[in-house]
Design a protein around this ligand. Structure first.
Ligand code: ADP
Ligand code: ASP
Ligand code: MG
Length: 437
């Protein structure tokens, strides 16, 4: 059971989490995120430090500390528990105050970002103890590891986690941190923003869980982005493939990579609402349940690269040479479209863009468009939806479209547009594809 930031972000929410995890007698691992707002605050502190602005970092640390003091005072009621929580909070904020005095590094940044999940789980554990709920806090840093390429490896996680569980067979409830991990150098690291979902899925795979429950602040995966479209509805059932596409292409409810571990080990995933625990939510399994369009999602921060060359005509091996450039810079390609004389592709990571452009230039003219968004229409056997293409093109008739892609799978049609057109596109798709005003 994984509980996200808003699910633990207020004392009364944490109380509710305790109720939810003790509703049945099943053994479980409970994965917690940081309290909502904390990771953003830690990112801001880290940024201030990296820019040498110690005063700003210091005042932000102090404000966060005030927040935690109020939080645990409201969470707990006995003096013993409050004293314990005060000691925990002091320990973590002492660390944050010490970093003001040492030089900034990437490793230190990761240590700063880890404080949120360390605090939330420790405070929750104090609360469970106060309530007399038997449990064990197991540090994620002892079993969650990523390799040289930042990839988590289920087999290693499985070995380490199994050992911990075997040593503690008398326990039924285990609490651990989402998001944080150790890297190949043994340093504290993380699974990128929103990574607690990924932690939960990896843990479910590693222990062959009967289910992976992702508890959040909405009643499941919706058909469209509820942050920008007014009327959206929850989807009852999705296949792993559909959910993976939606997560990867921008549905924020799931971390982009969070489906594959559960899918690989065939662990059903449920998306559930902490604020409305009785709501059905979304069930994600091998089966899609139904055919046709289920949802749309959008992913921002995309860069389109076009390589145009008349020499491409009849030139076998051309694409291989282009892909090798991206492979060399470990930059993954999301969308590809080709014509006889040009190929367009998209990336979501511009770190090596200048190097990539330089190496592509010998192959032809290279054009770059930044601030693009991929809008993906997702659904098992998507063409089974009546007039899906007609509805899609009607929706985007006034939008300048940069790329269109279908055929990579039977459950995704993607278009690339300038990000400034995203909201309008999502809204009109909601009307044309789902009949929701
Ligand atoms: P948590 O802190 O629990 O991990 P997140 O904020 O990461 O929660 O994810 C839940 C949020 O994702 C929702 O509140 C909603 O605004 C947003 N979201 C974006 N797209 C979707 C979608 N298609 N379905 C449901 N929620 C979505
Ligand atoms: N706390 C982390 C973040 O805000 C991880 C998570 O919430 O999933 O990104
Ligand atoms: Mg999240």
């Amino acid at each position: 059971m994984k509980f996200g930031g808003t699910s633990v972000g207020k004392p009364e929410r944490m109380h509710e989490v305790a109720t939810l995890i003790t509703k049945d007698e099943e053994s479980k691992i409970v994965v917690l995120s940081a309290l909502s707002g904390t990771t953003n605050a830690l990112v801001a502190i880290s940024n201030a430090l990296s820019q040498g602005d110690r005063d700003s970092a210091k005042s932000q640390i102090t404000a966060l500390e005030v927040h935690y003091k109020k939080f645990y005072s409201d969470l707990l009621s006995t003096p013993a528990a409050i004293e314990q929580a005060a000691a925990i909070t002091q320990e973590h904020f002492e660390f944050l105050h010490i970093i003001l005095k040492i030089s900034f590094s990437e490793a230190l940044n990761k240590d700063i970002l880890a404080q949120g999940e360390l605090l939330s789980t420790k405070l929750f554990s104090v609360y469970l103890t106060e309530k007399g709920i038997d449990h064990l806090l197991i540090p994620a840093l002892e079993f969650m590891t990523i390799d040289n390429y930042d990839e988590p490896q289920v087999a290693v996680i499985k070995t380490k986690l199994t050992q911990i569980l075997e040593r503690n067979q008398d326990k039924k409830i285990f609490i651990t941190q989402g998001y944080i991990s150790r890297n190949s150098k043994g340093e504290v690291d993380n699974l990128k923003r929103g990574g607690s979902d990924y932690s939960a899925s990896l843990i479910s795979a590693a222990i062959n869980a009967s289910v992976c429950e992702i508890w959040t602040d909405i009643d499941g995966m919706h058909n469209n982005d509820p942050r920008v479209v007014k009327k959206t509805v929850a989807i009852e059932q999705l296949s792993f493939d559909e959910a993976a596409e939606l997560a990867y292409f921008g549905a924020k409810i799931l971390h982009p990579a969070s489906i594959w571990p559960a899918q690989m080990y065939n662990v059903p995933v449920k998306l559930l609402n902490t604020m409305e625990p009785e709501a059905k939510g979304t069930l994600i399994t091998e089966q899609a349940g139904s055919v046709g369009v289920k949802a749309v999602a959008a992913k921002d921060g995309i860069t389109a690269i076009k390589i145009k060359s008349s020499r491409m005509l009849l030139a076998y091996g051309f694409l291989r040479k282009i892909f090798e450039v991206f492979e060399k810079y470990r930059t993954s390609i999301d969308m590809i479209t080709t014509s006889e004389v040009a190929v367009s592709l998209t990336i979501d990571n511009d770190t090596y863009l200048p190097e990539i452009i330089k190496e592509l230039e010998p192959f032809g003219t290279v054009e770059i468009d930044t601030h693009q968004s991929i809008v993906s229409i997702v659904g098992n056997e998507i063409m089974q939806t009546e007039e899906v293409m007609e509805k899609l093109f009607r929706s985007i008739k006034n939008i300048p479209v940069r790329m269109v892609s279908y055929g990579g799978s039977h459950h995704n049609i993607s278009i690339l547009i300038g990000s400034s057109h995203k909201i309008q596109t999502l809204q009109s798709l909601n009307v044309d594809l789902f009949g929701l005003e």
